[in-house]
Ligand binder design. Sequence first.
Ligand code: EPU
Length: 333
Amino acid sequence: MFELTDLTTLKLPFRAASILKLSSIENVCVSMPELASAPRFILGGGSNLVVLEPEFEGVVLRPEIHCFEMNEAGSEIFLEVGAGHQWHEVVMRTLEHGWYGLENLALIPGWMGAAPLQNIGAYGVELKDHCYRVKLYDFEEQAVIDLDASELHFGYRHSILKENPGRFLVLTVTLKLSTVPNPRVGYGAITEELEKQGLSSTDPCDIAKAVISIRQSKLPDPVMTPNVGSFFKNPVVPSEVAERLKAEFPEIPTYADGAQIKLAAGWMIDHLGLKGHQVGGFSVHNHQALVLTNDGTGNADDLRELVALVRSSVKATFGLSLAVEPTQLGHFN
Ligand code: EPU
């Protein structure tokens, strides 16, 4: 068995029968057909993964594909990036080049290949706003295919890749950026942070600095404190449900999500007094109740108990079922 615990940020025990590093698209095309029917799991940065069963009797695929190729069309920049790059490094590299768009998404952990999977998002911007095309290996067709953004079914923490678990392996992502800044500072916390630090609200590099500061103040660094960022998705409900809750809990933060309303699950967990609540080695984070942390001694049963407590408390008070956000290997029940 190969020991893989340290390749995940939550640090729950993880071993696999084998691991296969994929360093190029050619490498994928040669190796994948024989794995089409084998139990397999794709592991990128391991920062959005909860391993509930310690032993995986299959092959773990590690897409370490690196490419960074730019095409220019006037002020538009089309940048094809390999799945194996660290997301945050790509964000900083694009800003250094003066290619704008990703500034609100600074400091998100993980690899490029995982970004389209859950349509990563923060501070009013989502990957879908800057994703042009994704190159995938399709295990069903045993072929490399390109899907345009419109074919990826992007939604809140959702994509066609999430709809078809295990079917696709992301090879590259083509981003659509611009040499003309388009600052998005509508998210209250960003404006406050820019003012506090005396930064410019029109300079994308300053916006990235503000986002980095906010994230550092609220979210635990996965290198120091094992965690997977937000543990639950914010529930998206019909407006009648949101209005009913707002009447009972006037302070609950709400955001428009198409015709529906997204409610802040972190606020609900916080409101229930669960910040800092601990089960074994797992706790609800003190600065952001949507995040669960492992003090390094936590096991899967501690996590199961804490998750069950948070979900049943939210259900009892707000009548809503919280969905777990990160990818799971194994089951909660
Ligand atoms: N809130 C509280 N108490 C808490 C946490 C939040 O009162 O303990 C309130 C905040 O004051 C704010 C609202 O709830 O009014 C929303 O909080 P926040 O801005 O921190 O965002 P979030 O909805 O909890 C989402 C993403 C984060 C992303 C932030 C910023 C999800 C599941 N999470 O969190 O993404 O960084 O917005 O845009 O949508 C991640 O996915 O891992 C992640 C960190």
